[in-house]
Design a protein around this ligand. Structure first.
Ligand SMILES: [Zn+2]
Length: 352
């Protein structure tokens, strides 16, 4: 069987920023065949079914795209060199490492003493932009009984994930020549809204995720130094929890500000899974030292609402999207063993 390190090096050496995954998908198709799996392509998404017979369907999903390489690297970002046990490269940690571990872990689980049930491997594209990937792929697949999303979590199972609402708040004023006075300054109105937003508190504490956060992340107003601006726009980033309906959060913000509120995005909801569910318990028995936690970052899990899901994989989230991104070879190899165990434990628990 091809080794995890070799496969990951191949994948890292093929650049795959979102939307440009074709070459990396072609390499994965070869890898699937080498492993005796039958790949099936849906656009730039790739799937394979591992069939151990009658039993539940477990979806194993991770993504092939990466964020752009970016700047400030001291290592070569696409050469997948290994130094002091660390494999460097864009995507090594997010998420080609978890993806590699997932594929090999699943292949190993079905190579000998295959579990009773089916695993659907899905390598999806455009996760980083939540575009043409899992959301488009899911309706083409049989509905899974449970799912695992492969992201770098230090092999700790995330049982909840925050959602995202993006709002635009536009303060309106009346322009005038700054020297003559008069007019109505939209930047001052927006400033009052920024202060009002900073005072909003979301009291309900979620056990895994805490409370929602709200941050003004962009402000745009004024055209010239000598014109009182008639318009100023704020962009607000809100990370939500399952305790609040998106409409409730939008209503709270709307009550607090003077400006006009426009919802730019609210489709990426918060998700959670009962920690007692078999898929979470399988992840915990595959890594008994781990405690379940709540993840503040988005992933393809947002598209799996209603399907019991755990987000877990080798590597660390803090290294994602950074220069000198890496995964430790030891982490990668532990990931292969972890996913194999998770699969075996899940089907064993499901059969009880
Ligand atoms: Zn990722």
């Amino acid at each position: 069987m091809i080794s995890a390190v070799e496969l990951l090096q191949d994948l890292v050496r093929i650049p795959s920023p979102s939307g440009q995954e074709d070459a990396v998908v072609a390499r994965l198709e070869d890898a699937f065949r080498q492993l005796g799996l039958a790949p099936s392509r849906h656009g730039r998404n790739l799937t394979a079914l591992l069939d151990g017979g009658e039993g539940p369907l477990l979806l194993l999903n991770s993504h092939t795209d990466t964020v752009p390489v970016g700047t400030e690297w001291t290592k070569a970002p696409l050469s997948a060199t290994i130094e002091d046990g660390r494999l460097y490269g864009r995507g090594a940690n997010d998420a080609k490492g978890p993806l590699t571990a997932m594929i090999l872990g699943a292949a190993r689980a079905f190579q000998q003493d295959a579990p009773k049930g089916r695993v659907l491997l899905a390598a999806s594209c455009e996760e980083e932009v939540l575009g043409q990937g899992l959301e488009k792929l899911l309706p083409l697949l049989p509905r899974p009984d449970a799912a695992v999303v492969g992201e770098p979590t230090g092999l700790r199972p995330a049982v909840a994930q925050k959602g995202l609402i993006v709002l635009e708040i536009t303060a309106a004023g009346r322009s005038a020549h700054a020297a003559h006075g008069g007019g109505l300054n939209a930047i001052e109105a927006a400033a009052r809204d920024v202060l009002a937003l900073s005072k909003i508190r979301f009291e309900k504490m979620h056990a895994a995720l805490g409370s929602p956060t709200l941050n003004v992340t962009q402000i745009n107003g004024g055209a010239r130094h000598n014109v009182i601006p008639d318009r100023c726009t704020l962009v607000v980033d809100i990370r939500t929890t399952p305790d609040y309906a998106p409409e409730e959060i939008v209503a709270t913000v709307t009550r607090a500000v003077e400006g006009r509120v426009r919802v730019r995005s609210s489709r990426l909801g918060s998700v959670e899974t009962d920690p007692a569910h078999a898929v979470v318990q399988a992840a915990l028995s595959a890594n008994p030292s781990a405690r379940p936690y709540g993840s503040p970052t988005l992933s393809d899990w947002v598209f799996l609402k209603g399907i019991p899901t755990v987000k877990v994989g080798p590597g660390e989230s803090q290294r994602s999207h950074t220069p000198d991104e890496f995964i430790e070879v030891a982490e990668l190899e532990a990931g292969v063993i972890f996913y194999e165990r998770l699969i075996r434990d899940y089907f064993a628990k499901a059969a009880q």
